[in-house]
Each structure stands twice: as structure tokens, then as C-alpha cells.
Design a protein around this ligand. Sequence first.
Ligand code: SDX
Length: 397
Amino acid sequence: MTIACEYRPGLEGVPATQSSISYVDGQNGILEYRGINIEELAKHSSFIETAYLLIWGVLPTSDELAEFKHEIQFHRRLKYRIRDMMKCFPESGHPMDALQACAAALGLFYSRRALDDPAYIRAAVVRLLAKIPTMVAAFQLMRKGNDPIQPRDDLDYSANFLYMLTEQEPDPIAARIFDACLILHAEHTINASTFSAMVTASTLTDPYAVIASAVGTLAGPLHGGASEEVILMLEEIGSVENVVPYVERCIERKSKIMGFGHRVYKVKDPRATILQQMAQELFDKSGHAEQDQYYDIAVALEKAVAERLAHKGIYPNVDFYSGLVYRKLGIPTDLYTPVFAIARVAGWLAHWKEQLEENRIFRPTQIFTGTHNVPYVAIDKRRSSQDIQLYADLVAP
Ligand code: SDX
């Protein structure tokens, strides 16, 4: 059955699925996970509880949450072969490439595929939620020439990640703010990396390949890679005085200002508002030290962009303030997107599971713009395209 419909670049506005996982109202700046407002979850929930909600559709009872947490704690450690594989990675490699390789490698250890078995689904969910943070932290230590440190079962999900990353037990407020960041980044309807996960899932491959596809997609600067680009942009601007000239130059060159704009939100991303409040809380708590001038530059940049681009619906998105929070938590700039991936694994797994429940392999069509009946020319009769262009120019009327 073919349904004729117009071609929409980037599939803008084209439904790719039916889903009950999350909802975005881009005109009013609303984001809900399974119907619960993101502000409520960021204030009251934990990342693991939110992951359970996204994947199984309901908030867990205290026993269900305790069991889920215990399973995840038990599976945090990596196979030694994965650690050995990381030792071969170049220190200069980007952590997102390391993460994508390790996520795919998990499939080598859990090769049995039983997508119709709920126990298999749960085991894959637990392993991926449990091991992705350990992979990110392990690569960070190993690229500095150090041995990775083992997870600590007495620390909760976010505190344990920060401990494995920094080798120090984190301040409870910092761990709480980081956990809220994970909640904010966990899910966002059919964004590029989630769509990538769904397409891969629709072929019935293993969940580790699905997550590896999504990690590769998230890494791009137009998607999850923007948070790293935002900090590099703020460093390039350097001072509040340079903000307006920078914005004017971007507009003149029609170049994108990182951390701004969104395919769906035409107002300020509600996640950016919460992250800005967190950044302010961290600065108030630890003192607005000299090196935090980037927060002042960011606030000035938001104002300058609003004055010039608000009419186009260009406002801060989730990536604009997240880097300032992570920077304050001592996370290296090129780990911001891997942190985004740690959170978004919850959403990717929720859509993987939902796709399997009513699967049909993705296979869109195209509008053909080529030519037909082109003759095959023997290689000694061919002319290079440059020659053809030169000849065309010579004989042009
Ligand atoms: C994420 O989809 C999701 O949900 C993603 C995400 C999630 O949680 O999964 O929310 C996470 O990826 C957030 C986005 C992070 N990316 C960036 O911050 C990179 C900078 N942003 C842009 O590249 C852009 O805004 C996109 C990619 C996010 C959205 O691009 P669209 O919807 O394809 O918009 P567009 O490129 O067609 O632009 C429409 C107009 C253009 O102007 P005109 O040609 O019409 O005059 O808006 C302008 C653009 O030039 N514009 C910008 C801009 N983004 C759009 N102008 C300046 N700076 C920007 N950032």
C-alpha cells in the first residue's frame, strides 16, 4: 500500500512512529515523561527511577525500585576484555568514539538474541544502564595513563559515576545536581539519535548494536555534541564585551550559534531553564569564582540572541547551560556528550522496547532526481568530469 506524501527535508513534522513515552509541546515549552512534567521529575525523582518509568511505563514501587537498583549495581563492572580493548584506544580519540566501540563490543559477550523473552529484555536494559557510565569513566582514567577504578556498591548511580571519574567521593549536592541533569537528558521523543535507535531496532538486531547506532548519532555537533561546542564557543567569545560582535558575525555569516535553536521548541527549552537554575545554585554554593565568567557570558549571549533571533524562534536549548553545570562539577569538556549518552540510554532503551512491541522494519522511499538509460562507456572512451565541464564551458552559447 503506498501513501503519497510530500518530501520533507529532515522528515520535519513527519510522524515516524506512535509512542506514549514522552511528549513535547514546542510552542509552550512543555516536556513530559509518561505524562509526568519534567520539572516534577527533576525535583522529586532520581535518574534510575526515571529510567524505570520511561522503560516500563510506570513509576516503580519501593520494592521494584530497590530490586532495579540492586541489579544495576551488580552489573556495573566491565569484562576485562573490554578494559583490555580500551587500552588499545589512542588517548587522543574522542570519548564518544570509545563509547560507541565499547557499546557495540558488549554484543560479543551477550550474543544470544531472544527479543521475545522479557527476561532477555530486562537483562539488556540492566546491563546497558549499568555499564555505560563505567565505560565513560574507565576511558577517562585510561587515557590519562591510569588504571580504571572499580565501581562502589555503597554509592548511588550518579555518585558512583562521579567517583569513578574523579577518584573522589562527590559532594552530595553535586551528585544530586548531576542526577537531575541525567533526568533532564534522559528522553526527548523522536530526536535524531532515538530515531537511529528505532531504525536499527526495527531490523531485530541486538540491543547493543542499537545503542551503538544511537551513540554514533548523538555525537554530532548539531545534536548531542553541541554542549561541548557551547563551552568552546564561550571560551572563544572570552568576555561579555565580545558577545554582541560575536552574535552579529554569526548572523552575518548565517552560521549556527551552538546551544540555540531547536526543531521542536520555538521558545526556551524547559530543560535549559532548569539547568540555568542549577548552574546558578552551584555558583552561589561554591562562590562565583573568576573562572566562572562563562556564566556571565552565557547570560549576555542569551539576551543578545533573544534581541535578534527570537522572531525566528531561536532560544537556548538543553545544551546551552548543561556544559556550565558539568564544568562546575569538574567534568572534562569532551565528556559532556558521553554524559548526555549515559542519560539518553534510558530513552533509547524505552523506544527500543516500544519498537519491538509493534515492529515493522523502517524502509522509507525517495523522490528520484537522477537520469535513466545512461549508456555504459568503455574506460578508454571516458573523459573526466572536469574535461566535460571545461568542454561545456567552451561550447556554452
Ligand atoms: C539537541 O531533536 C531533539 O529533541 C534534540 C535534543 C534532544 O534532547 O534529543 O533536544 C538535543 O540536539 C538539541 C540541539 C543541539 N544543537 C545545537 O545547539 C546546534 C545549533 N542548533 C542548530 O543547528 C539548529 O537549531 C538545530 C539543528 C537544533 C535545529 O535545526 P532546524 O530545525 O533544522 O532549523 P534550521 O537549521 O532549518 O534553521 C531554521 C532557521 C534558519 O534561518 P533561515 O535560513 O530560515 O533564515 O533558524 C536559523 C537558521 O539559520 N537557526 C539558527 C540556529 N538554529 C536555527 N540561527 C543561528 N543559530 C542557531 N543555532
